[in-house]
Design a binder for this molecule. Structure first.
Ligand code: PMP
Length: 304
């Protein structure tokens, strides 16, 4: 995955890939006290362009605020560092991973004495669930693991430690022969995928689970809502969706920075719609890829 990556930005400096190391007594390694982002840079008609960078940065700082992780760099510094990394690595398109975490320090649960470490890595990353998945759709299963409730751990923050929930759900899905999982919330309604938000189509209207359902407010989710509304679709962005409603949906699709817009063709072996990418999903997906290939919407791109 990281083949050919030479440089990592760490705590204000560009360091060789092999030198981007932390101590084993790093606070975040023991307690998951880190916040991060996943962002994509696309090879657009205007050259390499980072998609919705400002929104991702805002979510990163907001995630930090929840845990008092006071990122010791200004947003402009992280922006400059990221752009410089992309130029140094000579990448036209890539995935960008900024992370900030409590570093080496006392291992008490209150980490105020640990220094905050900040790093950014960039690397080439194609379709997360596979090229074929974008066309044919993926087979998913409801996970036996529930999503933690926002009353237990803030679900609007993207926190390293909480991804053990996503790892469990993904591992289970793969072990059972599925490509991806869908995780229900504590109430038993649909939350999201391990790294994706979920959309449902019924009678040509679009539904996606609301923020009160213990989901991450995905930036691709927001993009899909905007694009769909601009095409004239009615989008219900605060839906409560039951497991049964998934089975009887006309169409289902995932959104996410990594997964982009991926159709779902079956849930628990129940075929969804025609068992391939549906027409509404195709509209949203086409609008999405047209957008990131053209890079034409200035306010959503940061041209490198
Ligand atoms: N939910 C979870 C749990 C995720 O990890 C992600 C990926 N960041 C998403 C949803 C989708 O968010 P985004 O579109 O901002 O990548």
């Amino acid at each position: 995955m990281f083949e050919g990556v030479d440089t990592i930005w760490m705590d204000g400096e560009f360091v060789d890939f092999e030198d981007a190391q932390v101590h084993v007594l790093t606070h975040a390694l023991h307690y998951g006290t880190g916040v991060f982002e996943g962002v994509r840079c696309y090879d657009t008609d205007h050259g390499p362009a980072i998609f919705r960078w400002e929104e991702h940065l805002e979510r990163l700082y907001d995630s930090g605020r929840v845990y008092d992780i006071d990122i010791p760099f200004e947003p402009e510094e992280l922006t400059e560092a990221t752009e410089e990394l992309i130029r140094r690595e000579e990448l036209d398109s890539c995935y960008i991973r900024p992370i900030a975490f409590y570093g080496y320090g006392p291992l008490g649960l209150s980490p105020e004495k640990s220094p905050v470490k900040t790093a950014i890595g960039v690397w080439p990353w194609g379709a997360y669930l596979g090229e074929e998945a974008l066309e044919e759709g993926v087979d998913v299963a409801i996970s036996s693991w529930r999503k933690y409730a926002s009353s237990q751990i803030p679900t609007n923050a993207k926190t390293t430690g909480t991804y053990v929930n996503s790892v469990l759900a993904s591992q289970e899905a793969k072990a059972n022969g599925y490509t991806e999982a869908i995780v229900l919330n504590k109430e038993g309604n649909v939350a999201e995928g391990p790294g994706e938000n979920i959309f449902l189509v019924r009678d040509d209207e679009i539904y996606t689970t609301g923020l009160a359902e213990s989901i991450l407010d995905g930036i691709t989710r927001q993009t899909a809502i905007t694009l769909a509304e601009e095409m004239g679709y009615t989008v219900h962005d605060d839906a409560t969706i039951s497991r049964g409603e998934l089975y009887t949906a006309d169409e289902l699709f995932f959104t996410g920075t990594a997964a982009e817009v991926t159709p779902i063709r079956s849930v628990d072996d129940n075929v969804i719609g025609e068992g391939t990418k549906g027409p509404v999903t195709d509209d949203v997906q086409t609008a999405f890829f047209d957008l990131v290939e053209s890079g034409d919407r200035e306010e959503w791109f940061r041209y490198v």
